[in-house]
Design a protein around this ligand. Structure first.
Ligand code: HEC
Length: 699
């Protein structure tokens, strides 16, 4: 009788919320294992549901870490930024590489078991700000899940890598892309997408882990207000937007962090910036907070229904995504046990929120020099915004800190329950912001409504050196209870790797300049390092097999800083993409790094006219610099246009830039965005830049 009642209740629930997923996995990786991983396994991208990236393993510890050596390494076949954390189950390491490929290795020996290529069209590169990256897989039952850059959710057999299903999660021809790792909750796969620079309306959705069918979908921003919204929360949100905002999508995409908390039964995620960045081109009829962008949002895990939100950056205009990792923990605050969400978003403040209600508990800066806000309201957590930071209101440029790269972005932090500290890879990258009142929506590439060309770095050695020196990073051990850093280690460049902390009193981090390091977790003393030949962006993980502890990290420079900042602004390492696995006493060595080639600048003479060059500079800064580097100096991945063989050939330049001759390689046609005169103007700007640098003796 009791059973029957329960069954009837289950049916009622089904009827009420539409779909429910297939029964949970009973073999392979189960829900119980995800909630409480078996010792030595690393089953979700961030280690477990609470996303702490902490491991209880202590065989490798502050006494013996000096004996750590390379056990094995595996070369990747994608020469782009590597951002994934490997997962380990049953002796197999699963890792994604650039272009959303998946590889499975024997975790002991490094023997490749299988590899899978979703064959992402390379032209998709134009829809991502920050390289063709991917941050990892999810494991559930007997399957592996990957989100692909072109927006598909693909399930593979763990044993063979064979495709089980391959389903689109974004509308056809949309400019959205997936770079984040899927997460698992109760028989469902959760994934969002990127796209808040390309006219997209963000959402996160849950898919049946067995079939890939959609179970629920939660839009983070309202649609056309003249039509019914998909839920009451969107009706409320629509009041914080004005004019014809929906025509430009609104942004708020869920491109990285999603935390399923079994204790509150909530799916908690962070949302991206509002789109376009400049609010004057977004809320076309006046100001508004643009909910639920730049926010932490929680929904019911079973139904996707709104539970709470906390907006960290109201009316965002600086690209302050709140998509960074969300750690859920039980902590004691003022003698009270509380379940909290800990968050260090791009905007530079560290937030502690109540996990059940989203209520603000505390917020403090985790970097120095924040200038967009003077602080947070101690009760509500609302920022006290500096009026000068509202560039669209003042009509003046604003050199802001943090900038769009963020004081902290996707590079994972970790939390050690032993020290109570959060280990945050932070960036010091000030940024030039300026509204563009004449901006019109376009079709290709970035759609921001701002003009960053005023931030072009002049051909002046002293200014260049000062700019480079201002771009830094650090590893900050932050105490969420005191709101202060306990210790920090400076890095001479930004976008260093994510962190792993362990019960061995260790914190592991790779650096942008090509070292993999171990520090003591309590004091930040560097105990060990290993030269990786290429910058590290990804976070390490650890696992144990037969009593032997291993540390694994995916090496491979790239990502936002390489493609958008370039060598003028920062020191760059070459991309050498490789999975490296370490254990005590191992003595492995890497193959010798290829010699670095120095090229001499040999541009055609400058023939462009002043106005033409100025126009070219504006178009370059706002559309091309995101891949070819600030002030036309590239990083390591994309071609440096000053050295291009077609720089002196207007016809060949037009074939590539206007017509898309290299589209299949990731350089799309810009003919819908720019006319031939504009494309030619960009060429003359690059010729000018190349001649300036040649005169300075640069290369
Ligand atoms: C989304 C990234 C991206 C953006 C944005 C982008 N490019 Fe490219 N571009 C590439 C890539 C990748 C290649 C290399 C293609 C290849 O390997 O054949 C390339 C190649 C080129 C080349 C050929 C270089 C050579 O080696 O001779 C030119 C010229 C060029 N881009 C100009 C531009 C201009 C002008 C803009 C702005 C209107 C622009 N690109 C915007 C990614 C981009």
């Amino acid at each position: 009788m009791r059973l029957k009642l329960l069954a009837a209740a289950a049916l009622l629930t089904l009827a009420a919320c539409g779909k429910s997923p297939s029964p949970p996995a009973t073999e392979g990786v189960t829900d119980a294992m995800l909630a409480n991983p078996p010792e030595g396994e690393w089953l979700t991208v961030a280690g477990d549901h609470t996303e702490t990236r902490f491991s209880g393993l202590d065989k490798i510890n502050d006494k013996n870490v000096g004996e750590l050596g390379l056990a094995w390494s595996a070369d990747m076949d994608t020469a782009r930024g590597q951002e994934a954390t490997p997962l380990m189950h049953d002796g197999v390491l699963y890792v994604t590489t650039a272009w959303s490929m998946v590889k499975a290795y024997d975790a002991r020996t490094g023997a490749l078991k299988w590899s899978y290529d979703p064959k992402v069209p390379r032209a998709k590169l134009v829809d991502v700000c920050c390289d063709a990256v991917n941050r990892g897989v999810a494991l559930y039952g007997d399957k592996v899940y990957v989100g692909t850059l072109d927006g598909r959710l693909v399930a593979l057999e763990q044993k063979t890598g064979k495709v089980v299903f391959d389903k689109p999660t974004i509308p056809k021809d949309s400019h959205m892309a997936i770079t984040g790792a899927p997460r698992i909750a109760k028989g469902m796969v959760l994934i969002g997408q990127a796209g808040a620079e390309y006219f997209s309306r963000g959402y996160v959705a849950a898919y049946d882990a067995q079939t890939g069918d959609e179970i629920w979908k939660f839009y983070t921003v309202p649609g056309d207000p003249s039509k019914p919204q998909e839920g009451k929360h969107l009706e409320a949100a629509a009041k914080t937007w004005s004019g014809d905002f929906w025509k430009r999508g609104g942004g708020g995409n869920v491109w990285d962090s999603i935390t399923y908390d079994p204790v509150t039964n909530l799916v908690i995620f962070g949302t991206a910036n509002a789109e376009p960045w400049n609010p004057a081109h977004r809320n076309t009829d006046g100001a508004g907070d643009s909910l639920y962008t730049a926010s932490v949002v929680a929904v019911n895990a079973d139904t996707g229904e709104y539970a709470w939100h906390f907006q960290e950056t109201p009316e965002d205009r600086w690209d302050f995504d709140s998509t960074q990792q969300l750690i859920v923990r039980d902590v004691t605050i003022g003698g009270q046990q509380r379940r909290v969400v800990m968050h260090a978003p791009k905007n530079g403040f560290f937030y502690t929120l109540d996990a059940k209600t989203g209520k603000f508990i505390s917020g403090n800066p985790f970097v120095e020099g924040i200038n967009w806000a003077s602080g947070l309201d101690p009760v509500t957590g609302a920022p006290k915004i500096n009026p000068e930071a509202k560039y669209e209101v003042t009509g003046k440029p604003f050199v802001g800190f943090p900038g769009a790269v963020g004081a902290h972005s996707w590079t994972p932090m970790s939390f050690s329950p032993k020290t109570g500290l959060v280990y945050i890879p932070v960036n010091y990258t000030p940024q030039f912001y300026m509204g563009d009142p004449d901006w019109k929506p376009g079709t290709t590439g970035f759609q921001l409504g701002i003009d960053v060309s005023g931030g072009d770095i002049p051909a002046d050695k002293a200014i260049r050196a000062a700019t480079k020196a201002a771009m830094k990073g650090a590893l900050v051990a932050f105490d969420p209870l005191t709101g202060k850093a306990r210790w920090s280690v400076p890095h001479s460049t930004p976008t260093n790797g994510g962190t792993l902390s362990t019960a061995g009193n260790l914190v592991f981090q790779g650096t942008a300049l090509g070292e993999f390091r171990a520090y003591t977790a309590d004091t930040g003393k560097q105990l060990w390092s290993f030269g990786t030949q290429s910058g590290v962006l990804a976070a390490p993980m650890t696992y144990m097999i037969d009593g032997e502890q291993y540390i694994a990290v995916l090496v491979g420079w790239g990502g936002v800083w390489d493609v958008s900042a370039g060598k003028l602004v920062s020191t760059m390492t070459p991309n050498i993409s490789r999975l490296m696995v370490f254990k005590l006493g191992a003595k492995g060595v890497l193959p010798a790094a290829p010699p670095s080639a120095k090229r001499v600048l040999d541009p055609p003479p400058l023939t462009g006219k002043g106005e033409q060059i100025a126009l070219g500079g504006k178009l370059y800064a706002n559309s091309c610099s995101v891949c070819h580097g600030a002030s036309a100096v590239a990083g390591s991945l994309n071609p440096d246009l000053r050295h291009s063989a077609v720089l002196g050939n207007a016809e060949a330049w037009k074939k590539i830039v206007h017509d898309g001759a290299l589209s299949a390689n990731g350089m799309v046609a810009w003919k819908d965005q720019f006319n031939p005169d504009q494309v030619e103007a960009i060429r003359h700007y690059v010729i000018k830049r190349a001649n300036e640098d040649k005169a300075l003796g640069e290369h």
